[in-house]
Design a protein around this ligand. Structure first.
Ligand code: CP
Ligand code: NVA
Length: 320
């Protein structure tokens, strides 16, 4: 080609299937943009569009094969605030639930909508959706990861005055999808993670290896007190995730990993407590901690809106 002529390439679709799709610099930009937009719209009704309405006319399809409150509402409100709109397909009322293929659904939604958010019980189904879609696909939680949650979590940690590089984050309980995305975030944003789980409930080695390869200190322990000592951020999640069997044996194994006042007291005095919600107060966290002064769980929930806006803007090529 002669110099200066535009290349005739198909537009690159920006999927947000996991945090690494964006990378550390983009995640930092997402958090910065979320802080700016959140500040700029203070006092506005929650559904009012931001002044620049950057996604005016755009429609997000939200595919749910699992329950949701925060992801569903935050993406809907995020699209309204960006000047666009969102619609929901759930397996109970769409043809997906009657066996229409993911590939055909992806192709149809790509003709009708500008982006697709998927929450599914099977990470492979989301990858299949992305393979066949011609618009951006966003991971709204799978059995393997929950990247959108972690953008909101990092935003919350920063808002509460903590810098990410060198941060000591302590996780208690089940080595699940949320923890996997925290470990991926650690690799990208350079913070350290102490993981306290019962034997047999550790996170997948792939995520631990990814963070260690990036130079992070990742401690896997069965000693909750050791993990909590001097932590900046204390995090837990449900002991039984969606789609998992309710197992008494697992619940019994998790008992020593409840975040209670004694455990929280081992962290730094200014440590914050995070939980993606929904919480099972009395199981993974005591009421005293959940309702206590170090708990920032409702800031974290609200930040899903602001974080999702940044994710959407990046996917639409308007950030980073
Ligand atoms: N934290 C979170 O993803 O909540 P929902 O399951 O309500 O969407
Ligand atoms: N680990 C939980 C997160 C819910 C937002 C689940 O997958 O059910």
């Amino acid at each position: 080609m002669s110099g200066g002529e535009p290349l005739d390439l198909a537009p690159v679709v920006r999927n947000f299937l996991d945090l690494s799709d964006a990378g550390g610099n983009v995640i930092a930009a997402m958090i910065g943009d979320a802080i700016d937009r959140k500040k700029a719209r203070q006092g506005q009704p929650k559904g009012a569009p931001d002044a620049d309405a950057p996604l005016k006319g755009c429609v997000l399809a939200m595919v749910f094969e699992k329950s949701s409150t925060r992801t569903r509402v935050s993406f809907d409100i995020a699209m309204r605030q960006l000047g666009g709109s969102a619609l929901i397909l759930d397996s109970g009322t769409s043809q997906l639930g009657r066996g229409e293929t993911v590939a055909d659904t992806a192709r149809v939604l790509s003709r009708m909508c500008d982006a697709i958010m998927v929450r599914t019980d099977d990470h492979a189904k989301m990858l299949e959706m992305a393979r066949h879609a011609t618009v951006p696909v966003i991971n709204g939680l799978t059995d393997r990861s929950h990247p959108c949650q972690i953008v909101a979590d990092l935003l919350t940690v920063i808002e509460h005055g903590k810098a990410l590089p060198g941060l000591e984050l302590a996780w208690f309980g089940d080595g699940n999808n949320v923890l996997h995305s925290i470990l991926e975030a650690a690799a990208l944003m350079k913070f350290n993670v102490r993981v306290a789980t019962p034997a047999g409930y550790e996170p997948e080695a792939e995520f631990v290896d990814m963070a260690r390869a990036a130079g992070c200190t990742i401690t896997l322990t069965q000693d909750a007190a050791e993990a909590a000592a001097g932590a900046d951020v204390v995090v837990t999640d449900t002991w039984i995730s969606m789609g998992q069997a309710h197992a008494e044996e697992k619940l019994a194994a998790m008992e020593p990993y409840r975040v209670d006042r004694e455990l929280m007291a081992r962290a730094k005095p200014d440590a914050v407590f995070l939980h993606c919600l929904p919480a099972h107060v009395g199981d993974e966290v005591s009421e005293e901690v959940f309702e206590g002064p170090q708990s920032v769980v409702f800031d974290e929930a609200e930040n899903r809106i602001h974080a999702q806006k940044s994710v959407l803007l990046w996917c639409f090529g308007k950030l980073g």
